[in-house]
Ligand binder design. Structure first.
Ligand code: PLP
Length: 394
């Protein structure tokens, strides 16, 4: 059947989830193999030269990986997808594919700490220059463009400040300067935001988060034009050895089938938690794009169809009170990562964003007292009750 006609939820279930063509098993098996065999050297030669389709080696590709890629590409509305061993592998391989020594990158000033580390500590060694800019300010992005600028890298909403970038405006700017726009869509997933529809060139995911959804697998993905995915990314993926494993591809593919249901619940729970926090006298500030008080609430409604499960907030009394609050939680787990079925809380200044220099953190709103919560799909009353008891003790 033509899957393109299906709605988002049906695609999440059916694309890339065909039954096994050999046995008829409803769920296709995991092709857990490192290599592939051939009838004879003539057949092997044809496959290795590309004359005939066939599998080469487990570091190049696998049938299980292809099934996952078909699903993610269909959901993001892209031509093709490449799945990676982690979100960081996806980001690094994409940058290796697009950049060369002497190039310049413009990056959102508040990004995941690992991305910041990659751009500052690794790419500087290869003579790639990065300017961190508040990409919510399109004029600031334009001002940062240089003759050697190759691409703009955006995280929206940004991690952990939840600041947004106007995708339509920044992609128009990129087009006018001939730059590529790469968007990390981990926080929203294609269920709530599809950057390609706003003119982005490539979409990146840490599939570890909402796509997998169950906190049991590390993976990444890049979606974009077929030529880039098949040709541009081929060398970096196979030469770095960054491909997703068959077992992980199976887990992420299974997780995505319930993505719409989970995202609805993450969103509904986060909205209630954000409202509760906003009205609590011990809370200084709440960042959540779904709140009318968020400075970019109108933009959020324009480019996202939901607001996601992440909230960041500050407890009155700074670092000391923030730590006491987090340590007092009982059901909500203290852990990095996000998008898991269970609620997770973390302290960016000492955890995910520790690698960002303190002065940069302060300048970009990642204060020492800032806390980030990833609202899970538990009963929202239980999430709020846990926060409430921990707040009552500080
Ligand atoms: C927004 C975002 N992008 C990328 C990454 C990196 O992904 P991974 O941990 O799967 O390598 C993370 C990890 O937390 C993230 O939050």
């Amino acid at each position: 059947m033509d899957y393109r006609k299906l709605g988002f939820c049906s695609k999440a279930v059916h694309v890339g989830s065909d039954p096994c063509p050999v046995t008829g098993a409803l769920v296709s098996p995991i092709y857990q193999t490192s290599t592939y065999t051939y009838e004879n050297t003539e057949e092997a030669g044809k496959i290795f030269s590309g004359e005939k389709f066939g599998y080469l080696y487990g570091r190049d590709h696998s049938p299980t990986e292809y099934q996952l890629e078909e699903k993610i590409a269909a959901l993001e509305g892209g031509e093709d997808c490449k799945a990676f061993a982690s979100g960081m592998a996806a980001i690094a391989a994409t940058m290796f594919a697009l950049l060369e020594a002497g190039d310049h990158v413009i990056c959102t000033d508040v990004v995941y700490g690992g991305t910041y580390g990659l751009f500052t500590k690794i790419f500087s060694k290869y003579k790639v220059d990065v300017t961190f800019v508040d990409t919510s300010d399109v004029a600031a992005v334009e001002k940062a463009v240089r003759k050697n600028t190759k691409l703009v890298y955006v995280e929206t909403p940004a991690n952990p400040t939840l600041k947004l970038t106007d995708l339509a405006k920044v992609s128009a700017l990129c087009r006018s300067f001939g730059l590529k726009l790469v968007v990390d869509n981990t926080f929203m997933t294609p269920y709530f935001q599809r950057p390609l529809e706003f003119g982005a060139d490539l979409v990146i995911h840490s599939a570890t988060k909402y796509l997998g959804g169950h906190g049991d697998a590390i993976a990444g993905a890049v979606v974009g034009p077929r030529e880039f995915i098949k040709e541009g990314l081929h060398q970096p993926v196979t030469k770095i050895g960054a491909l997703i494993s068959p077992f992980t591809a199976f887990l992420i593919r299974r997780g995505i089938q319930t993505l719409p249901l989970r995202m609805e619940k993450h969103n509904a729970n986060a909205m209630k938690v954000a409202e509760y926090l906003s009205s609590h006298p011990k809370i200084e500030r709440v960042n959540y794009p779904g709140l009318p008080s968020h400075p970019q609430h109108e933009l959020a409604k324009k480019q996202m169809s939901g607001f996601g499960g992440l909230i960041s907030f500050e407890v009155k009394g700074g670092l000391e009170k923030a730590r006491a609050f987090v340590d007092g939680l009982e059901m909500i787990r203290l852990a990095v990562s996000l998008g898991d079925v269970g609620s997770l809380i973390q302290h960016p200044a000492s955890m995910t964003h520790k690698s960002v220099p303190p002065e940069v953190r302060r300048a970009t709103g990642i204060t020492d007292g800032l806390i980030r919560i990833s609202c899970g799909i538990e009963d929202v009353e239980d999430i709020i009750a846990d926060i409430d008891q921990a707040l009552s003790r500080i």
